[in-house]
Structure formats: C-alpha cells, structure tokens
Unconditional design. Structure first.
Ligand SMILES: Cc1cc2nc3c(=O)[nH]c(=O)nc-3n(C[C@H](O)[C@H](O)[C@H](O)COP(=O)(O)OP(=O)(O)OC[C@H]3O[C@@H](n4cnc5c(N)ncnc54)[C@H](O)[C@@H]3O)c2cc1C
Length: 345
C-alpha cells in the first residue's frame, strides 16, 4: 500500500513530491507529460508587484521559503537552477519616478527597491529612466522539470489519470491496481476536467512569450516595462507574457504574436530575430488566492491548485502548508483553504 498518489507534474507536484520524499513517504506520480504552465514559465521570483509598486500578498514569507527551497535543491542535487538578478523597472512618466521614491521606505519594498534613478542600457528606449530592484531570482523552470522527471523516474507513471476509474474503498483508494491512502491532485488549469473539483472557480489564463535573438542587445538583468524582458543566454531573450482567457491552447494566436512584436519594438532600438513563441495556461482563481485542502465530502482526496501568475514563487511555501495539512491535519489559513468555496459544491 502506497501512502500517496500524486496526479500532475508541474511545480505543484514537484514541490509536494520533494516534501514527501524528504519524509520517506511512498508514492507514485501520474503524469500525462503534456506541456505545463511550469514548462513555459519565466521563472521570476519576485515579491514586488512592479506594475503598481506594491508588495505581493504574503510577500516575504513566500520569498524566503522560495529562495531556501531552490537554493537547497541546487546545492543538494548539484545542478545549476537559480541565478540572482536585478530588475530594471522602466518608468513611463515623471509621475512614476516620483511614485517610486514615495514608496521606497515602505515595509517589504525597502528590502528590494533602490533609491536611485538610473539610465537604461543604450539599446533600451527609456525616456524617463529606470528604477532598480535588487534580490530577484530566476529559476530555470525547464531544468527544474527535467530534474523532476529524472529524480522521480521510478515513481512516475506516464498516462493521463482517468477520474472515473478511481475506486473508493473504506480507508484507501484503488486505481489500475495501485492501492494508496491519500490522493493529491495538482493538475493546474486541467482541474476543470476533474469531476471531484470542477466546482471550484478556477479558470485558465493563457500567457505567451516571444523568444527572440539579438546579438546587439547587451542586457544581463531583468527589465520590466509593460512586459518582462528575460535574458536566457546565447543572445536569446524571453519577452512577455500576455494574458488571455478566451483561447486556452498552448499556441500563440497571430494577434498576440503581433502584439508582442509591436511591444518589443517599443522597448528596444536594436535589431532582433523572432525565434519562436511559447504559450502556457495559468490556473487562476476568482479571488486570486490558491486553493488547498480536502474535498468537502470525500476524505483523503486533496487538491493544491490556483497558483495563477506566481506558481514558482508560491509553491515552495504552499507545499509546506499542504504537507502539514495532509499529514498532520494542520489547519490551513483561511485565505487559501478550500473551505471558502464549500458553498459552490
Ligand atoms: C507564460 C507564463 C509565464 C509565467 N511566469 C512565471 C514566473 O515568472 N514566475 C512564477 O512564479 N510563475 C510564473 N508563471 C505561473 C506558473 O507557471 C504557474 O502558476 C504554475 O506553473 C502552475 O503549476 P501547476 O503545477 O499548478 O500546473 P502545471 O504547471 O500546468 O502542471 C500540471 C501538469 O499536470 C498535468 N496533468 C493535469 N491533469 C492531469 C491528469 N489528469 N493526469 C496526468 N497529468 C495531468 C498537466 O498536463 C501538466 O503537465 C507563469 C505562467 C505562464 C503561463
């Protein structure tokens, strides 16, 4: 008998599996190996909402646990996973420059925002200069997923989980010959196909990146204008991401390709070559908070989902809360607890 069955294979599944294996739990993972939001994520670990110069909800707690989690993973498993980065926030007006100075001493922001207005590199169009933020990190999400598949290759079963085949026994579950005590669904936006949890107000929100090459662009830090510019090495950059709730496929519609190219032209004044577009679907929740917890009726049937635009940032701490809830029955904070949606069931 296994302790757990884990369904899904994005950052949610990886972070919980890491906790399960640290505690010597026996588990299997079911993965359909399809493109996940995690596989296209920019990988930015950033506690500040740079659009509005405000800290993200629960910013420092998420930030500290994320840095600890990814740096420890990098060190223990000996592979390069994270890099520390500055972020240059391009100001669009004098008012924005003033707003930056007005928030510098606020809690959380004072740990990250620097009190200088800097010239942008000459390849960037930044009439109103930039503000510099320190201590952001970049997680290589593609390497993280490769590592996930390699380190858990004995645990991973490669197929799509068919919810109608789950058999409920008295104090355990059965699925295709596997017996296990608890099941945790970490299916990202595909939770809409899960009959046990499709009542939750989670919806997909596609994001597209333009990947381009520009040998003339000499930017090594992150740049935030309307979109993020993320250097990924070998003169390649990621630029985006968009938001769209209407077309929920891993493909960038022409309209959004043109939008990204137009927006990039407004940001840089050097030549670039379009390499490709990448798209993924974020799992967003109506009230913009993740959803963790046990099914309202079925005991030992759990979910962790709704990471929205910051899954890599939040998953390390959320998986800790989730583990303590699943294994020790610890209460979840009201903001993330699935119980807030029990009326929807
Ligand atoms: C363009 C873009 C940029 C982003 N940038 C950032 C960023 O810079 N920083 C940040 O913190 N976050 C970022 N995010 C958000 C982050 O990627 C997501 O919040 C996070 O990856 C969601 O993780 P997840 O594990 O819940 O779902 P996913 O990553 O989608 O993983 C779920 C996986 O489980 C599989 N699966 C689902 N159902 C089943 C089933 N029944 N059987 C078998 N397998 C199944 C799916 O196919 C998928 O592979 C970005 C997202 C997008 C789209």
């Amino acid at each position: 008998m296994l302790d757990h069955l884990v369904v899904g294979s994005g950052i949610g599944a990886f972070s919980i599996c890491r906790r399960l294996s640290k505690h010597q739990k026996e588990f299997k993972i079911i993965s359909d190996h399809e493109k996940s939001a995690t596989s296209v994520a920019g990988g930015i670990i950033n506690p500040v909402v740079l659009k509005r110069f405000k800290p993200f909800w629960n910013a420092l707690e998420f930030y500290n646990e994320a840095i600890d989690f990814y740096e420890r993973l990098q060190q223990e498993d000996d592979f390069e996973l994270v890099n520390e980065k500055n972020v240059f926030r391009i100001f669009s007006s004098i008012k924005e420059q003033n707003d930056w100075f007005n928030v510098l001493e606020r809690p959380v922001l004072r740990n990250f925002l620097l009190p200088d207005v800097e010239e942008a590199p000459p390849e960037l169009k930044a009439d109103f200069k930039t503000g510099k933020m320190k201590n952001a990190f970049l997680v290589h999400a593609d390497l993280l997923l490769d590592h996930f598949y390699q380190s858990y290759h004995n645990e991973i079963e490669s197929f799509s989980f068919d919810h109608s085949k789950l058999i409920f026994r008295n104090d355990y579950f059965e699925y295709e010959g596997l017996k296990f005590r608890k099941i945790i669904f970490l299916e990202g936006h595909k939770v809409i196909n899960n009959p046990f949890f499709s009542y939750l107000p989670i919806y997909g929100n596609r994001g597209d990146y333009l990947i381009f090459r520009s040998p003339e662009l000499k930017v090594d830090d992150l740049v935030k204008g309307k979109e993020f510019l993320i250097p990924i090495g070998n003169n390649l950059y990621k630029f985006g991401a968009t938001f769209d709730r209407n077309y929920l496929k891993n493909k960038t519609p022409l309209k959004f390709q043109e939008l990204l190219i137009g927006s990039l032209r407004k940001l840089i004044n050097v030549d670039f070559e379009v390499v490709r577009f990448e798209s993924g679907i974020r799992p967003n929740v109506k009230d913009r908070r993740p959803v963790l917890g046990e099914h309202p009726v079925h005991k030992n049937l759990f979910i962790m989902n709704g990471f929205g635009s910051r899954g890599l940032f939040m998953a390390p701490l959320l998986s800790k809360w989730m583990y303590d809830h699943v294994e020790h029955g610890h209460e979840l904070s009201r903001e993330v607890d699935i119980k807030r949606f029990h009326d929807f069931y």
